[in-house]
Design a protein around this ligand. Structure first.
Ligand code: HEC
Ligand SMILES: [Cu+2]
Length: 366
């Protein structure tokens, strides 16, 4: 039974967490109202009773009472800590990424939401998802800070420039729900709205089979789109199937520990990869110098997400560490560098000449 449904002040409950969220919300609200009424009622009653000229008995004034002190301290303390523990538990639970989830990539920009499914289907200000399926959104902004907000799901999280944020939820009820921006982001912030369509699993399967929205041309999958960017930008000139003097292999590096020139290590998580592509010199891979061009300003956030998915897809096939030819599923082979020798390549080659043969061997053995 859902007693909160009768209160018309909250949006529909359409996700796995909505009920628990509302329960906390209403508990806090009701407690606040009850205590406000209690305090005001006492203030009024006592003011009337002890007003000047009243015949109240004033012979035994109470200056201190341990009992009252204890009640006044302990009751709010227990209530406050209880609410803290309760809401923290929910918070921790819902900030966890589900073990298996469908990924959606979200790019916020002034003033629209751009969404992309793993199979490449793109949507603007609309999102189609299946019911009862855990969804994880990987989100980034192309300009200012936004916040993805779906009131019916009781989810909201910042979408910021410069790093990925994540938000997971499971929609539990087919329907159409509002998708808003919850961070004031400029003049048309209020128009940065759209809809989430929660569909039955069979409807969703049909929708995605049919190529999504008819007015959007069917796009390549995230991975295939990433491969296109990879080829267009000729990343393969320097990143081959194994570490070379031109660059380290990216085969199998996803989520692996990378050794850096300053002696530290870094996990090749999405944020690290994004930084390595846009501003590669901030953290240099051990054994290499600043020969990789910085792609900041040359790639859109969407392209970076696609590149990362491409790099990730090549992680699955190779056992980490041992250099292997690039062979991801679907006959994606990374071209070996075949570009003609020119001044830039030569400079690159000699620029990274800090890598000696033995060091290179050591890196390959890594
Ligand atoms: C001119 C050669 C060159 C090109 C072109 C190049 N890179 Fe690199 N890349 C390097 C070198 C050298 C490093 C190691 C030094 C560093 O961390 O910057 C590197 C490092 C990286 C890393 C970090 C790998 C690690 O070891 O942790 C990533 C990710 C990466 N590149 C992706 C790309 C992508 C994607 C492209 C194409 C858009 C690209 N690179 C194009 C030379 C290149
Ligand atoms: Cu916004």
């Amino acid at each position: 039974m859902n007693i909160f449904k009768v209160l018309p002040v909250a949006p529909e409950q359409a996700s796995e967490r909505a009920f628990g969220y509302d329960l906390i919300f209403w508990t806090i609200t009701i407690l606040a109202v009850v205590f406000t009424i209690l305090v005001f009622a006492l203030v009024l009653a006592l003011a009337v009773r002890y007003r000047r000229g009243s015949s109240a008995d004033r012979r035994y004034p109470v200056y201190h009472s341990n009992g009252i002190e204890a009640v006044l301290t302990l009751v709010p303390l227990v209530l406050g800590l209880g609410i803290f523990a309760w809401s923290s538990a929910d918070f921790v639970k819902f900030r966890q990424r589900p073990k298996e989830s469908m990924e959606i990539f979200v790019i916020g920009k002034q003033w629209m939401w751009h969404l992309q499914h793993m199979n490449g289907i793109r949507e603007n200000n609309e999102l189609h998802i299946p019911v009862d399926t855990p969804i994880t959104m990987t989100m980034i902004s192309q300009d200012v800070i936004h916040a993805m907000y779906i009131p019916a799901f009781r989810v909201q999280y910042h979408v910021v420039p410069g790093r990925y944020t994540e938000m997971s939820f499971t929609a539990t009820k087919p329907g159409r729900y509002k998708m808003l921006c919850a961070m004031h982001c400029g003049t048309q912030h209020s128009e940065m709205v759209g809809f989430v369509y929660v569909m039955s699993k069979s409807d969703y399967a049909r929708w995605i089979e049919g190529g999504g929205n008819r007015y959007e041309p069917r796009a390549a999958t995230m991975v295939a789109a990433g491969e296109q960017v990879w080829n267009r930008k000729a990343c393969g000139n320097c990143h081959a199937g194994m570490d070379t003097v031109r660059g380290p292999t990216l085969n199998g590096i996803f989520n692996a520990q990378r050794r850096l020139t300053d002696g530290s290590t870094a996990k090749a998580a999405p944020d690290y990869l994004r930084e390595s592509i846009l501003l590669p010199w901030l953290r240099l891979t051990k054994g290499y110098e600043t020969t990789m061009p910085a792609y900041k300003g040359q790639l859109t956030e969407e392209e970076v997400l696609q590149l990362i998915e491409y790099i990730k897809s090549n992680s699955n096939t190779s056992t980490s560490g041992s250099p292997q030819p690039y062979s991801a599923p679907g006959a994606r082979t990374l071209p070996t560098p075949t570009h003609p020798e020119n001044a830039t390549n030569r400079a690159n080659r000699y620029g990274s000449a800090g890598v000696t043969q033995s060091e290179e061997g050591a890196m390959n053995a890594r």
